[in-house]
Each structure stands twice: as C-alpha cells, then as structure tokens.
Ligand binder design. Sequence first.
Ligand SMILES: *Cc1c(COP(=O)(O)O)cnc(C)c1O
Ligand SMILES: [Zn+2]
Length: 400
Amino acid sequence: MFASHLECPKCLTKYDTEQPHQLCSCGSPLLVKYDLAAVAARMSKSDVAARPPDLWRYRELLPVIAEENIVSLGEGMTPLLKLERLGTRIGMSHLYLKDEGIIPSGSFKARGAAVGVSRAKELGVTTLAMPTNGNAGGAWALYCAKAGIAAVIVMPKDAPAIPRSECAIAGARLFLVDGLISDAGKIVGQAIGERGWYDASTLKEPYRIEGKKTMGLELAEQFGWEMPDVVLYPTGGGVGLIGIYKALCELREMGWVSGELPRLVAVQATGCAPIVRAWQQRAAESEFWENAHTCAFGITVPKAIGDFLVLDAVYKTDGCAVAVTDEATLAAESLLATTEGTFVCPEGAACMAATQKLLADGWLGPDERVVVLNTGCGIKYPETVTSDPRLLQPSDRLPD
Ligand SMILES: *Cc1c(COP(=O)(O)O)cnc(C)c1O
Ligand SMILES: [Zn+2]
C-alpha cells in the first residue's frame, strides 16, 4: 500500500493511516497522501490496461491495504459516451457524457461507498452512521451489508423514495428527519458522540473521496492519458469535484499526464447555490444557503464542509461555478433522452443545462473537449418525469 499518511489541507497536521480518523483537530477534512514516486515506479499504464474494468485497477492509488478487505460490487469503469447527435444539435464537436448511471446502486455514490466501506472494514469498524440526501445512504447501506457492518442512515423525509428502499432492503437502520441534509447531519453528529459509532458523513472520514477520485483517473485513461478541456460536475458536498482534482494532480505528479488541468465547473441549482454565490464573490468559503430547494435532490447541500476545497479546485483550474433552474434541468434531461437515449438523473441533467448556458455565454468553445458528468440513472427518480406533464402525454391513438 502506497498511502503514506493523512494530511490536513488547512493546517498541514499529519495523521497515520493505521487508526480510524475523522476530521482534523482544527475541524477540516483530512486527505490521503501517497508516495507517488513509489507508485510511479511500481505501476505502469500497461499494467492498468490489463486489469479488470473496475475502479480497483488503480489500487496503488487507493488506500486499502489487504486485498481481502476489498468490498466490491463491480463498480467503476463507466462509459465515456460521445454525444454526437446532441453535440451537432447545440453546436459542440467534442461533447462527452461520463455515465455513472450503470454503476451498482445506480449512482456514483457506489465509488465512495466501495472504498469507504472497504477501509472501514479494514479499520475494524462495526457500526457506522451517516446523513444523506438518498443515494449515498442507499449505496453505503448496500456495501455495508456486503461487508457485515451495521449502517445507520439519516435522511430528509422528502428525499427520493427509491434510495429509502435500498436502505430498507439492505437491512440498514433508517431514520427520517423533517428537514434538510444539514439537519440530518446534526442528528448524526450528536449520536456519534454519544454512541461511539464511526462517522461516515461526507468528508468526515477521509476515504470516500478516494473512491470518487477514480472518476478522474478513469477520465484520464479513457482520453488516452490526456486531459479534456472542461469537466462539469453537479456539486452538493463537492466530493467528486475535489476527488477529480486530486486524481489529476496525483497523475500529473507521477508524470502520467501533463499540461493544464481541465477547467472544473461546479454546477448547482438556482434553488441551492452556495458555491456559485461564493465563487461570484471570489470568496474562499461559502455561506449557508437558506430555504434550499431543487428537483436535483443530490445537490441540495446548503453548506458543504469541504466548500473551501471545491472553490480552491475551481480557482486553480480557471473553472467556474454556475447555477441552473429546475426548468432548464428538466428540459436538458429530456433532451439527453430524446437525442442520445440516455435517461440521466436530474443532477447530471443540470450539468447538461449548464453546458448549454456556458456555450451561449461564450465561456465554452464549440470545439473544446467537454465532459458532462452524469452521476446517476434517471430510473432512480421516476418522480422527475411523472411530475412533468409535458413529458407524459400518452396518445389516444397510434401514429399513422
Ligand atoms: C450526492 C450526489 C451528487 C453530489 O455529489 P457531491 O460529491 O456530494 O457533490 C450529485 N449527483 C447525485 C446523483 C448524487 O447522489
Ligand atoms: Zn487541520
């Protein structure tokens, strides 16, 4: 294993990887550091190419020590689809969709769960708890079932119904709160302190991000170890965006990719856009967003604990942060389905809507290599279709 230690990105305090750690004593999330020179000496691109098509193909850049602790449902290596028809329609020649819709549990939260649960198992955790907007709870419940770890999941009562069923069928202890993920987080924080459970909240343990990082590793590999120009990411807690940035920085340090990193775009909904507001003010951190609401439930995060890391990645890559309306999101969702045959989740659709907006503004060039990240499958969100009357108009007679 090549992970050397955990490090606080704020105060630079180091921690070992042998003990379970949560936040730094200064309150910041901790990040996993690797001996990248040793990784580069041990692993080659052709080694990676010969391995099975899942995220463990990058195991030297992952924190799990013993192979028997790996808890896998076959996650990773999702398709990178070129959107020819939609690209032609809107005037973009190199538009891609990285489609996480086909991953176990139907959302990219499976990546974080696979690596996070594997490390929890390795560290001897027997019960973990987490707040969630739905998909993380579903994914962690399922991976915990496979690992034999008890999971306590706290979710807003308005979260989509299907992830709730995932928690239930996987035997997790599910607790619903009348409020937002921030309220669920407070309940978990209190219970953790009282009961001594492992806190698997976003960025309160350092390993979930390592799983999500593999999206960046895959993108580099899928582009032939080159980097695209722009990646759009639906940003809630922002773990995926921080992870992609971390992955590409690690690959660059290893000499596997070179040149400019892609401009990273944090996409949010106009009903919950704390990162966008902070970016517009060139602030280093975001402020709590009151009365958060959007159909893209996975990105309803009023204040992210890793906001400063998200903003740092956006600033350092010359990216931007952009908010789109639910109306634009739902229109983009149906546009993707009718032109490309992909039924994406609303969060992924928000990135497509943001692409159109940034193209119209001239921020994106028509020939740039642009990746829209679809973080989950639309089938998990039947209500986004059934609640839109324009989308459900069965004919009363067959077409001629
Ligand atoms: C959780 C989630 C997001 C946001 O992910 P973060 O890493 O927390 O920003 C986006 N899309 C979907 C479908 C999600 O479940
Ligand atoms: Zn610190």
